[in-house]
Design a protein around this ligand. Structure first.
Ligand code: ADP
Ligand code: F6P
Length: 474
């Protein structure tokens, strides 16, 4: 393994704590393994801060029973957390993705509540907190991420009251009446309150959290501040996450990317319009709704495969969770039916891909697409929408965006849709496909300006600056 370092030498003044490490394992034919930095924006955003502070990242490498020593990768110190097969089942697939994920996403599928899942969640959160307490220098900053680790802030504070603790929730925070279903709601709220600053994607989520804390825990609050027993004050506010806009645009401008985009268009038969969806294969993403709408437009003769072809990239995700298996089968059947009824030889209506692609291929796909279709039923942010915009330096292309994605707060010039309204979705798809260039240019320029000014670097620096700022007097 490259750059092995000893666990004992690993102390840091800046520690990122997330369910996953920011690297993907690459297995070679000779049995050796190496690691590749995962493409996510979070890594890009935190890299400079990690470098400035000799930062460490604590996370799970992604497979059960993997016992790895800490190692360095591309200037980041990575500290792996081991999860047993049973913990993967109960903490990750169970409480994180079978209870919290559906509950925090509008109960699109029914969340399951199991006491043994909760026990595993507590145990694994404690392991992350203990490791962080060991790694953090005196007075260090720890930044804890996402719904899998909501108990870590309080557990960590208990172990290390000297450090600054930030927490950021990447997914939506649910409405009060849904949150109250959780048998362990009090513990989750108290867990988060261990942080000095609790960040959410949307202002409504932060306000909702503060309200819950006031009503359910009885703590005094004022605007974004929460006054805790013992005299400490926590803050809850919104910090909409973003992308590495400059990096992605630079990739999209490369001649190789432009040539590859041409190849992609040729590969689907050069229709007048290429529509694109890019998602993890997740029931929150509204994949079924968008494909149904497109299938009906073809079936009813409102468009045909010479006018439009749909490329749907759907990376399989959380495949051992039942609801994800059900979704995969449903989408497989739906795509098969639409292609069987509407496709022609050499011209399927939907090109359906399960692969995971490098960034350069993603940039080429965004460049090739005339209409980007982003239709989640609920999404904390949706980075794909922002990535599409940052690739369209030609000011062409239309973004169809669900009003239930956090990104809709910011990308106001998108063609917005309610994905539950299939007729409305059909109309909007046609409008976006047939919009004139001036209208598209006006919309895209405004969205690009916004994304350039609100990139992921600004997000990370803004959060960390506020974490270290003394709160103003009441
Ligand atoms: P979520 O975090 O729920 O998966 P987002 O849209 O916010 O949804 O982020 C998904 C990220 O994963 C984006 O950066 C997107 O480019 C990337 N991504 C999605 N599908 C693929 C794929 N097939 N190959 C490579 N990257 C992908
Ligand atoms: O944004 C939500 C999130 O769960 C992240 O925490 C995670 O990195 C991503 O989606 C992919 O999910 P998973 O780690 O379960 O594959």
């Amino acid at each position: 393994m490259p750059g092995q370092v000893s666990a004992a030498s690993r102390h840091s003044s800046f520690v990122v704590v997330a369910n996953r490490l920011p690297v993907d394992r690459v297995n070679h034919a000779d049995g050796s393994i190496t690691w590749r930095t995962s493409p996510g924006g979070l890594v890009t955003a935190l890299k400079p801060v990690m470098r400035e502070n000799d930062g460490a990242w604590i996370g799970w490498p992604g497979s059960p029973d993997e016992k790895l020593e800490p190692f360095d990768e591309k200037g980041m110190a990575l500290i792996p957390v081991t999860l047993s097969a049973q913990e993967v089942e109960e903490y990750y697939e169970g409480f994180s993705n079978g209870t919290l994920w559906p509950l925090y996403h509008d109960v699109i599928v029914a969340p399951e509540f199991h006491r043994e899942w909760w026990d595993a969640y507590v145990e694994v959160n404690a392991r992350f907190a203990e490791l962080t307490a060991d790694v953090a220098d005196k007075g260090a900053t720890a930044w804890v991420h996402d719904y899998q680790l909501q108990l870590v802030p309080a557990m960590l504070r208990q172990l290390r009251p000297d450090i600054k603790i930030g927490f950021f929730l990447h997914i939506p925070f649910p409405p009060t009446e849904l949150f109250l279903q959780v048998p362990w709601r009090r513990q989750l709220l108290e867990g988060l309150l261990g942080a000095d600053l609790i960040g959410f994607q949307r202002p409504g989520a932060a306000a909702n959290f503060v309200r819950l804390v006031r009503h359910k825990l009885g703590y005094k609050t004022h605007r974004d501040r929460i006054y805790l027993p013992g005299g400490r004050t926590a803050r809850a506010a919104s910090y909409p996450i973003s992308i590495d806009a400059d990096g992605l645009e630079a990739l999209a401008r490369k001649p190789e990317t432009i040539a590859r985009a041409e190849e992609i268009r040729a590969g689907v038969g050069r229709p007048a319009r290429v529509l694109l969806g890019v998602d993890r294969l997740d029931y929150t993403k509204g994949i079924r709704q968008r494909l149904r709408a497109f299938g009906e437009l073809l079936r009813d003769g409102q468009c045909d495969v010479d006018e439009a072809v749909f490329i749907q990239v759907a990376t399989p995700s959380r495949e051992r969770v039942e609801q994800y298996r059900v979704l995969r089968n449903e989408i497989d059947r739906l795509v098969g039916r639409i292609n069987g009824e509407q496709g022609r030889i050499g011209r399927p209506a939907i090109q359906y891909l399960h692969s995971s692609f490098p960034r350069s291929e993603m940039a080429a796909l965004f460049t090739a697409a005339d209409v980007m279709v982003v239709t989640p039923l609920r999404d904390g942010m949706n980075l794909v929408a922002k990535e599409y915009v940052s690739c369209r330096y030609d000011n062409k292309g239309a973004l169809v965006l669900s009003e239930f994605a956090g990104a809709a707060d910011e990308l106001k010039q998108a063609f917005t849709v309610n994905p539950y309204d299939i007729n409305g979705l059909k109309e909007t798809l046609l409008t976006a496909m047939r919009a004139d260039e001036r209208d598209l240019g006006r919309r895209m320029r405004a969205m690009r300006r916004y994304i350039r000014e609100h990139d992921v670097n600004r997000w990370a620096r803004g959060f960390l600056a506020d974490l270290h700022k003394e709160p103003p007097p009441d």
